[in-house]
Design a protein around this ligand. Structure first.
Ligand code: NAD
Ligand code: GLY
Length: 368
């Protein structure tokens, strides 16, 4: 992985003293600019998982050994099902057993599961230590590593326990996407597609023209997709870090999606798959609320399908759907609230009656 600094792109997240840069490019581990200005400390802990550790753990540790006296590693078991208290504790065990102090820097090397857990550990270890995101999935590069949402799951609901805590930097090395399974690449495309309908119709047009190139991992297409996604996320998070309002639009498709993940059991559907199908349902809801026309719904559904994502909901009892969605963080006074498309490129948050939501789900569930 040799650095190609000419092509490294930067996107800034502007949050006063919590501002940071996202670096997007090739060979970032070997690029001195990747590490410049990051907190200095004796100890570093790389948090990763058992799949990513053998792929990239040694390369990162080798680079970090030039900055830290001790480079420790904890490899968590791989999977959404392990994004829980018990496995979060493995990070604290390692830090405490190794005598790591409050200057220790945590490095999240992995996808969104590792990133969310490392961020939450960094937010709470000794009341807060610095951390760096090194996202290795497309989904993590375009979404989860950026913006400071950190969390673990609870059996009753997805991402229910967590904190807002910003990283010191995000290093999106596109080289690592070469080893990502196709199914995971498609899952990442769900979060890329999301940015079009909620914020940027020109980007939606671009994705439609490049979805095949993205699935074939064309480097130029991936670079643009990661950069534009991060720019849109930076724009949203810069205005509403703690989701007082606007930031909720980033959850387009997620109310339905989180219910699928929790209802089927974490890990059955990938997060991005659940979001892909959730966007189909949320678009149907937007149509039934009279906010977008059927042509827009069909267009988005076709794109989600072309990205290799499910567009039909899993069979699940309607009461179970509603129970799971009532736990959603956007719910207010028992009313489930959804991100809807309020015209192409514009999103809003709206409540909807249980009967309407049930109709939407039934319209996209295969007969059985
Ligand atoms: P993931 O972290 O489970 O990674 C997907 C799979 O790819 C795993 O098996 C992983 O081991 C493997 N993998 C990772 N990098 C690889 C590589 N380079 N080569 C080969 N295999 C690799 O899943 P994800 O899709 O990255 O993230 C989903 C998680 O992110 C969910 O828990 C979701 O809730 C969370 N999320 C958080 C935010 C946020 O703002 N914090 C936003 C979106 C999603
Ligand atoms: N993925 C939603 C958010 O970061 O707000």
């Amino acid at each position: 992985m040799s650095p190609d600094t000419r092509s490294t792109q930067r996107v800034s997240i502007a949050l006063d003293s919590r501002s940071y840069d996202i670096h997007i490019g090739s060979g970032l581990f070997d690029d001195p600019a990747s590490w410049q200005g990051l907190p200095e400390s004796a100890d570093a802990l790389v948090v990763t998982n058992t799949t990513v550790a053998p792929l990239y753990g040694a390369a990162l540790a080798q680079r970090l050994a030039q900055r830290h006296r001790r480079v420790l590693q904890v490899a968590l078991p791989d999977g959404e099902v392990y994004k829980d208290w018990q496995h979060l504790n493995l990070i604290f065990d390692r830090l405490l057993e190794s005598g790591c102090d409050r200057k220790t820097v945590l490095y999240a090397l992995g996808g969104g599961v590792v990133g969310d857990m490392t961020g939450f550990a960094a937010a709470s270890y000794m009341r807060g230590v610095p951390f760096v995101q090194v996202p290795t999935t497309l989904l993590a590069q375009v979404d989860s590593s950026v913006g400071g949402k950190t969390a673990i799951n609870h059996p009753a609901g997805k991402n229910m326990i967590g904190a807002f805590y910003q990283p010191a930097r995000v290093l999106c090395d596109l080289d690592v996407l070469d080893t990502l399974p196709d199914r995971e690449l498609s899952a990442g495309l769900a979060e890329v597609i999301k940015y079009g309908p909620i914020a940027d119709v020109a980007f939606l047009d671009w994705i439609e023209g490049h979805v095949d190139a993205l699935r074939q991992r064309d480097r130029a297409a991936l670079t643009h997709a990661v950069q534009r996604s991060c720019e849109i996320k930076a724009w949203v998070v810069g205005q509403d870090e703690r989701e007082a309002g606007l930031r909720a639009i980033l959850n387009f498709g997620h109310t339905f999606g989180h219910a699928i993940e929790a209802g089927l059991g974490y890990g059955q559907w990938l997060h991005g798959e659940a979001v892909g199908c959730g966007m189909v349902l949320a678009t149907e809801l937007s149509m039934r609320l009279g906010l977008v026309d059927a042509a827009f719904g069909a267009r988005l559904t076709r794109l989600i399908e072309r990205a290799g994502l499910p567009t039909q909901a899993p069979r699940m009892d309607i009461d179970r759907w509603l129970q799971l969605m009532r736990v959603d963080k956007k719910a207010e006074g028992g009313e489930i609230r959804f991100v809807v498309i309020d015209g192409p490129g514009r999103a809003a948050v709206r409540g909807a009656s249980d009967a309407l939501v049930a109709d939407v789900i039934r319209a996209h569930t295969p007969p059985g």
